[in-house]
Design a protein around this ligand. Structure first.
Ligand SMILES: C[S@@+](CC[C@H](N)C(=O)[O-])C[C@H]1O[C@@H](n2cnc3c(N)ncnc32)[C@H](O)[C@@H]1O
Ligand SMILES: [Zn+2]
Length: 310
């Protein structure tokens, strides 16, 4: 069992063969997971010139454009939590899930899973838990960022022209992009949550389901099911934790190392260790790495003695 502190995009290529991916990426436009931003690679070489963008309508606004030029290399001093585009090549700088458009968010997810494809066994399965969001809603689970719509959703509405109150169909846009990138879409489970609180919004229904998509490299027969399982809650409330029971089925298919590239509080790790499978987690937020170790070790006594392995 190992949890690595890093960006999934850069860390996955350093792994040896893995047998299974079981994960839940940051959903679109919902939460901030920490004070970090990433520069997303583009194919062309560019000396980036970062232009910060502002999101309209957020009280307080964003800081003014800050670009410094040192020798010939431009570098950004964009504040953490802020986002920038390169004026020259269109590259983007920011946190996964907070992209200004759905298209860019999905591109980044597919880039990360593309790396997983390369290290995944030919018979392996990549399970992705993903849900949809109503445009302008603040999120499927009501996870408003400090009580306001997140910046990304504002931008999405401006740029992708999705009407308020419309489902954004993100899971299916993601699924299409994964198949276009070479994955086989082998199965889809629906996770139905019987305990979801009715939405306080009067003009859109409560979302009480999410999806588990199973992507493979070869045709593998996996029965699609509806899993009726309550939402998870652990003491780490700031996480979008999934219930440990929803990863039981995906992990049961693993015959070797299970990878969760968005490890969060480590729920996948608990179930993997319970099923006596080797587990690797990747998590960008250092603080969460410690939490995941603590959560896994306190939930699964058999490994509590072996936590030296960071
Ligand atoms: C939806 S949460 C996962 C929750 C997890 N399933 C659990 O039960 O706790 C997504 C996680 O991905 C992390 N994350 C976001 N961008 C990342 C990246 N580029 N590389 C690695 N981890 C990332 C976030 O910090 C967050 O903890
Ligand atoms: Zn550039």
């Amino acid at each position: 069992m190992k949890i690595i502190n890093g960006n999934a995009l850069e860390t996955i290529p350093t792994l040896h063969k893995i047998n299974s991916v079981v994960t839940s990426p940051p959903y679109y436009g919902l939460r901030h997971y920490g004070e970090y931003s990433l520069e997303w690679p583009t194919t062309e070489y560019c000396e980036h010139e970062w232009i910060e963008y502002k999101s309209k309508g957020i009280s307080g606004g964003t800081k003014s454009k800050k670009v410094k030029v040192k020798d010939t290399i431009n570098y950004s001093i964009v504040e953490p939590g802020n986002y920038a585009f390169c004026n020259r090549c269109g590259a983007w700088f920011g946190e996964l899930g907070q992209e200004p458009t759905i298209t860019l968010y999905i591109k980044h997810l597919v880039q990360i899973f593309h790396e997983a494809y390369k290290v995944l066994d030919d018979t392996g399965i990549c399970w992705v838990n993903i849900g949809d969001t109503y445009a302008g809603s603040g999120g499927a689970g009501g996870d408003w960022t400090k009580g306001k719509r997140s910046e990304a959703q504002k931008w999405c509405q401006q740029q992708d022209e999705i009407e308020d109150k419309s489902l954004m169909l993100i899971p299916f846009k993601f699924q299409e992009a994964m198949v276009a990138d070479g994955w086989i879409f082998s199965a889809m489970d629906i996770w139905e949550k019987p305990n979801v609180m009715p939405s306080s919004a009067y003009d859109r229904p409560t979302t009480n389901y999410e999806f588990w998509f199973a992507f493979t490299k070869q045709k593998i027969s996996i029965p699609s099911e509806v899993l009726k399982i309550p939402t998870g809650q652990n003491k780490y409330k700031h996480f979008a934790t999934y219930n440990i029971n929803v990863c039981r089925k995906p992990i049961s298919y693993a015959t070797g190392t299970v990878l969760d590239p968005f490890c969060g509080s480590g729920t996948t790790g608990i179930e993997a260790v319970k099923q006596r499978k080797d587990f690797i987690g990747i998590e960008i937020n250092k603080e969460y790495v410690g939490i995941a170790y603590e959560y896994i070790s306190s939930s699964v006594p058999i490994i509590s003695s072996g936590i030296t392995d960071i």
